[in-house]
Design a binder for this molecule. Structure first.
Ligand code: GLY
Length: 561
């Protein structure tokens, strides 16, 4: 077990030792115990704590999300939204969609100037970028699957916010590099800005956030969507160009959706349906790659990568054309994941050359990328599983903190297609299906996924990474099922990503050069990225042995009951 001890000097705050001296645990093998994997050791610990109190997977999921909102403010949130995919030990599958929605005053062309040019600064930064948050409603919707009370599940987060916790080096660097944006988008003092640079071991105390969490604890849903918190959020909107109203907040509703399920080589994959594109993309990519018997090849070899990239190209072209909030579009999911359709789509594949993106969809423009969001995987000792991916969209979302309430607001409006053909911050382009309409959910890429073998959870997996999310989850599943690699190797091997547009395939910086060179000879454009994804995976073998791994790319950590 790889352990990294973060030791810090106690500050003058009165602190319990657990918040200043904690282990980052990258890998655990256990049996008959619950495990939680998340982006932060203290959040995973909050989940494990409620498991020890007699809670189940869903209790742990709620406690971990609240804790992430405190200790991982760049993506953990109460001001954003997310998706939960659950499989109970009785076989029941369910999903909760607590994605943000467009405010009632939103409109199709709200980010276009008089000449019709898209202003993505407005959809990505500041108050107009904010969608109506769904996370807290999602936590309350999860309660029906829980054993403990909200009072108990929120308490670890209140303690972390009130007493403070030691920030890690990665967090210190992020806070420092975002200082300028925090100052630009917040008129009042916020705890995330200091006169001197943050450093590893500094204590971050969030009193206002603690008070907001206490209001939720006392008043339930109304503690967020009505009363003081809602009023603070709406006042914050009025300090700039924000359009969310009290009515928008009061009317927010979680959607319970039927999980998207499909067979992959005898395993049942359970993932998120629209308004996330994740499940559909995963089904399309896995099925198309299976037409070439992917299991014959090796992970990250030229042929394997070529097959997978070409499957990605075709799936992401469909994302741009057909996918959006199912309440607003003609939902073509069954057709898009059918063999009839996919076999035909795959006919143009050839090992001799790269397919051009223009051959599989209508070309538009060159994008840029960003990789935020966060994922939690949990299994308890009774065999209940959950995968949750939650987001503010960009790092620290809109960068706006609700004054008096202490939490970051999302910039999820940028996940709409602000103008057909104009790439969002992930470089994804879209069309009418994902255009802005009041009360509509913006298309997502989040792909919380549970793979079942003989009806029982086998893999619980997910990752942040914007549009790279489905391709990273795809690679994880292929690594385990086709290439028979273990969890640790799968997660920490270098990844690649292609999304139809741009034409280039992205490779993590330590990706095998020989494969990249071979692909270039076949006509592939390539580029290097520092990092792709931060996958949290739990694998449960036929004998009930649990192997949980937290991605080595960040402070991600496993905690055991
Ligand atoms: N905001 C990232 C996603 O939902 O895909």
């Amino acid at each position: 077990m790889k352990k990294i001890l973060i030791s810090v000097i106690l500050s003058s705050h009165s602190l319990s030792a657990q918040y200043t001296d904690f282990n980052i645990v990258k890998e655990v093998k256990v049996k008959n115990k619950g495990v939680v994997v998340s982006a932060h050791p203290l959040a995973s610990e909050a989940g494990a704590k409620v498991l020890k109190m007699g809670g189940n997977t869903y209790d742990a999921i709620v406690a971990t999300q609240y804790a992430l909102a405190v200790v991982y403010p760049q993506a953990g949130n109460i001001g954003g939204g997310g998706f939960l995919v659950g499989v109970k030990n009785n076989g029941e599958k369910f999903t909760l969609d607590y994605r943000e929605i467009a405010p009632k005053r939103a409109s199709r062309d709200m980010y276009l100037d008089k000449k019709g040019k898209a202003n993505t600064d407005l959809s990505q930064n500041g108050r107009l970028a904010v969608g109506v948050p769904g996370s807290v409603a999602g936590f309350f919707a999860t309660l029906k699957y829980c054993k403990l009370s909200m009072d108990q599940l929120i308490q670890p987060a209140i303690d972390l916010a009130e007493k403070g916790f030691a920030i890690t080096e990665q967090e210190a660097n992020l806070l420092n590099s975002n200082k300028e944006y925090f100052q630009k988008h917040n008129q009042s003092y916020i705890v995330f800005v200091k006169n001197v640079p943050w450093k590893s071991g500094d204590i971050l105390v969030q009193k206002e956030l603690a008070e907001t969490l206490k209001l939720i604890q006392k008043q339930g849903l109304k503690g967020f969507y009505e009363g003081k918190t809602a009023e603070s959020l709406v006042s914050e909107m009025k300090k700039g160009n924000g359009i969310i109203t009290l009515e928008d907040l009061k009317n927010y509703k979680v959607a319970e959706r039927k999980a998207l399920e499909f067979d992959y080589k005898g395993n049942n994959v359970v993932s998120m349906p629209l308004p996330s594109s994740g499940g559909i993309l995963l089904a399309q990519m896995l099925k198309m790659a299976a037409y070439e018997n992917l299991e014959k090849y090796q992970q990250n070899s030229t042929k394997a990568v070529q097959i997978m990239v070409e499957a990605e190209r075709r799936a992401y072209a469909d994302r741009a054309e057909y996918m959006g909030d199912p309440a607003f579009i003609d939902d073509k999911t069954s057709y898009l994941i059918s063999d009839d359709y996919l076999k035909n789509r795959w006919k143009s594949f050839s090992f001799t050359k790269a397919t051009l993106s223009s051959e599989v969809g209508k070309i538009i423009k060159q994008p840029k990328e960003s990789t935020e969001t966060t994922h939690i995987s949990v299994i308890d000792k009774e065999g209940n599983a959950a995968a949750v991916t939650t987001t503010l969209n960009g790092l620290y979302g809109s960068k706006v903190v609700v004054s008096g309430a202490g939490f970051f607001l999302n910039n999820e409006m940028d996940d709409f297609s602000v103008k057909p053909g104009v790439p969002n911050m992930f470089g994804a382009v879209g069309g009418e299906a994902n255009s802005i309409q009041p009360n509509k959910r913006m298309l997502s890429s989040m792909t919380p996924t549970i793979v079942l073998k003989n009806g029982k959870p086998y893999m619980v997996v997910g990752t942040p990474g914007g549009t790279t999310i489905p391709t990273s989850v795809y690679q994880s599943i292929v690594d385990v099922i086709d290439f028979k690699l273990n969890t640790n190797i799968s997660i920490n091997s270098p990844k690649f990503h292609h999304q139809w547009l741009p034409e280039a395939v992205a490779f993590e910086k330590n990706f095998p050069e020989t494969t990249i060179k071979d692909l270039e000879k076949l006509g592939y454009r390539t580029e290097k990225w520092d990092q792709i994804g931060r996958t949290e995976m739990i694998l449960i073998d036929d004998n009930g042995n649990i192997h949980a791994v937290a991605d080595g790319r960040g402070d991600d950590s496993v905690a055991v009951e």
